[in-house]
Design a protein. Structure first.
Length: 311
C-alpha cells in the first residue's frame, strides 16, 4: 500500500492565533475560502467534530462531510475525508499554524493519501490535483485571512425578525420558492432559480432599489426544510466585498418567529463613488444595513401575509 505524504506552506501577515481561529471556526469559511458557500456542524465534541461543507468546484455546487480534530494549544487542525471519490482511496491531512512574529505566521498544509488499487496513474492524478489545489487554496487563504484580519472593523452582522401566526412550513416555502418572487415581491424585477441537486440552489435576481435603479445579484443557497436557508452572495453590489446570511424559521407557542440574518464586509474603495466624496465608513455601514434590512423586512412581511392567509 503506497501512502503519499506531501506538504505546502505559505506565510501570512496576521497573528498565528487569528489565522488558527479563522480556520477552526467553520462559520468563517465563506469569508476566507471563496468556493465555500456554507458549513454546518453534524457532530461536535470538545476537540473532535464532524462537519458538512457546501462549496463550488469548477463553478458547480457540491457537498461532502469531513472529520476534524482541533488542537488550539499547538495551533493544529487534523482533517480526514469520510468518503473519498475515486481515484482517491483515502485522504487526510492537517493545518499547522506557526508564529513567526507577533503579526506574521507560517501556514503549513499537510496531505496524506493513497490511490484506489495503488494505481500509479491514479496516484499521479491525485499528486497533480493536490499540488494545484493546495497552492491556489493557500494563496487565496493568505489573501483572505490578511483581509479578514485587516478588515475586522469593516465586517458586521445584523438580524431582522417578525412574529407570524402561521406554520413554519408555509413561511419556509415562501422563502424557498424564490422562483415566484417576481410575482410575490414588488422589489424583485426578475428571478432565475436552478436546483440541480436537491437542497442546493443557484439564485440570480434583478432587484429594484428605492431610487428605481435595478441591480443583479447571484447567490448560492443551501436549504434545510423547514427551519433554515443559508446563502452566500457571489455577485455583489459595489459597497460590499462579502455578503452571507440565512433565513431561520423557529416555531413558537403562537406560530413562528422568522428571521433574516446578514453578515457583510464593506468595500471601502467604492464608498466615495457610490455615496459621495464626504461619505464615511459609518455612512456606508448605515446605507448597506438600511438597504438590506428594507428588502429583508419587505420579504418577511409578504411571507407573513402568505402564511397567515393559509391558516
Amino acid at each position: 500500500m503506497t501512502i503519499r505524504e506531501v506538504e505546502h506552506e505559505i506565510t501570512a501577515k496576521a497573528p498565528a492565533e487569528t489565522v488558527y481561529r479563522l480556520i477552526a471556526e467553520v462559520e468563517n469559511w465563506p469569508r476566507i475560502f471563496p468556493p465555500t458557500i456554507h458549513v454546518e456542524h453534524v457532530e461536535r465534541g470538545e476537540r473532535d467534530e464532524r462537519i458538512r461543507i457546501w462549496a463550488t468546484a469548477n463553478g458547480e455546487p457540491k457537498n461532502w462531510a469531513s472529520r476534524r480534530t482541533l488542537d488550539p494549544d499547538t495551533l493544529r487542525i487534523d482533517f480526514r475525508q469520510e468518503v473519498s471519490t475515486p481515484p482517491v482511496a483515502a485522504m487526510g491531512g492537517a493545518w499547522i499554524i506557526e508564529p513567526l512574529s507577533a503579526d506574521e505566521c507560517r501556514i503549513r498544509l499537510l496531505h496524506d493519501y493513497r490511490a484506489v488499487d495503488d494505481d500509479p496513474a491514479g496516484l499521479a492524478w491525485i499528486d497533480e490535483a493536490v499540488d494545484r489545489n493546495s497552492r491556489s487554496e493557500l494563496a487565496a487563504l493568505r489573501t483572505n485571512v490578511e483581509r479578514a484580519h485587516a478588515e475586522a472593523e469593516l465586517t458586521f452582522s445584523f438580524e431582522d425578525s417578525v412574529e407570524i401566526a402561521g406554520s413554519a412550513k408555509d413561511v419556509y416555502d415562501f422563502i424557498n420558492e424564490a422562483d415566484l418572487w417576481a410575482e410575490r415581491l414588488p422589489h424583485v424585477a426578475s428571478v432565475r432559480l436552478t436546483e440541480d441537486t436537491p437542497g442546493l440552489q443557484t439564485l440570480e435576481m434583478d432587484t429594484r432599489a428605492r431610487d428605481g435603479s435595478v441591480h443583479t445579484t447571484k447567490s448560492y443557497r443551501v436549504t434545510f426544510p423547514h427551519h433554515k436557508i443559508a446563502y452566500k452572495q457571489v455577485t455583489l453590489p459595489a459597497l460590499m466585498t462579502l455578503h452571507t446570511g440565512y433565513w431561520t424559521f423557529t416555531e413558537t407557542d403562537t406560530g413562528v418567529t422568522a428571521s433574516s440574518q446578514h453578515t457583510v464586509t464593506l468595500n471601502t474603495a467604492n464608498i466615495a463613488r457610490v455615496l459621495g466624496e464626504d461619505a464615511t465608513v459609518a455612512d456606508a455601514r448605515a446605507y448597506v444595513r438600511d438597504a438590506l434590512s428594507t428588502n429583508s423586512r419587505a420579504t418577511l412581511g409578504h411571507a407573513k401575509a402568505h402564511a397567515e392567509a393559509r391558516r
